[in-house]
Design a protein around this ligand. Structure first.
Ligand code: LMR
Length: 350
């Protein structure tokens, strides 16, 4: 009987203890193992960096380079996760996603900010920046500084400008050499009123389409032409749907690297410094290497027998420029006199 009572008492004590402490086996008797790797995981800062181009392009490679510099120099404390090819957000919604803090970094073509900030159209003026040095001066000088001032109103931080290359024209209809060749052609463009006006001045119509919808729209003949850099035309296989490539160098496609401002402010000063330094080095790298990447992609495309390549002569370029005068006139009130004067100064310098 005594034994029976002792067993009942033992079971009752056990049940009461379990009810009091709970049934979590880690909380009472078992010793919690200290795991500093797990603590590291909690401290890890993740930067989601979304972009729309392929990885073997100037922007794709620069993003990876930046990520690896940051990871190495923070001993893995800051991880930059890259989402290329518009897999996370496309060019139409990535800016909003950045503002909302769903992602922390993007590097859109500057043209994509013209909707929000009309004076960014200055960078899309046709034949605005005649040499690579001229582009650099635009980004580093008065134009770049002025444009970056627009961003804080969206709680967005403009970190730097990245380089891709000059835009060229492709078509499935005929070689596009003279302005009159553009009649009855329909082009995919980025969302920038200056670019629409540029094609209008040549006699073509346009549709604003996301970058990653360009191939399909060429394939189904909704559009019969588009403009882009060699690296984008090659890496997205756009040239395979086109028969003619005009090397016109009529505009420059570059990027602005952006970060969500609240996210930036919450980074430690040490992490901010590493990010800034890594960006300075990556910007220098993309400036030096974007030209050779684009040249290599042109060489690849020239191997395709189905693509006819035409280089515009200086005289032919002058005919295009005559048509573009009205684009300059119509854009001046939008971008303002100061920025237009700076474009003229750069043009006269180079
Ligand atoms: C485009 O839409 O054509 C470009 O902005 C793509 C890119 O980011 O280079």
């Amino acid at each position: 009987m005594k034994t029976f009572l002792a067993i009942c008492l033992f079971i009752l004590t056990g049940i009461s203890a379990a009810l009091y402490f709970g049934f979590d086996h880690t909380s009472s008797s078992m010793q919690v193992q200290y795991d500093d790797e797990q603590e590291g995981l909690q401290d890890e800062v993740v930067i989601k960096f979304s972009h729309v181009v392929a990885e073997n392009t100037p922007k794709g490679r620069a993003a990876r380079r930046f990520a690896s510099l940051v990871r190495n120099r923070t001993n893995g404390e800051v991880q930059v996760e890259i989402y290329p090819n518009g897999t996370l957000y496309n060019d139409q919604n990535e800016y909003q996603a950045l503002k909302d803090g769903h992602i922390q970094m993007i590097a859109p073509a500057t043209s994509k900010l013209t909707d929000r900030f009309p004076r960014w159209q200055v960078l899309d003026l046709p034949y605005a920046f005649p040499t690579y040095q001229a582009v650099e001066e635009a980004y580093q000088g008065l134009i770049g500084e002025t444009l970056l001032e627009d961003l804080p109103q969206d709680q967005v931080r403009g970190l730097t400008f990245w380089y891709n290359g000059y835009k060229q024209i492709t078509s499935s209809e005929k070689p596009l050499i003279h302005p009159s060749d553009f009649e009855r052609t329909h082009f995919r463009i980025m969302p920038s009123p200056v670019i629409a006006k540029q094609f209008e001045a040549l006699g073509a119509s346009t549709s604003e389409l996301p970058f990653n919808k360009t191939y399909t729209n060429l394939e189904v003949d909704f559009i019969n032409g588009q403009e882009n850099t060699f690296s984008n035309i090659y890496s997205k296989k756009l040239y395979q749907e086109q028969d003619y490539l005009t090397i016109s160098n009529h505009g420059y496609l570059g990027y602005v690297v952006l970060m969500n401002e609240d996210f930036w402010k919450n980074l430690t000063p040490d992490h901010q410094e590493v990010i800034e330094q890594a960006l300075t080095e990556t910007t220098d790298w993309i400036r030096r290497h974007s030209i050779e990447m684009n040249d290599a992609h042109l060489r690849e495309m020239k191997r395709s027998e189905s693509l006819e390549v035409h280089y515009l002569s200086n005289q032919q370029k002058e005919h295009w420029k005559d048509r573009f005068q009205r684009v300059y006139r119509e854009t001046e009130p939008i971008i303002g006199k100061t920025l237009m004067e700076e474009v003229t100064r750069i043009q006269e310098t180079y």
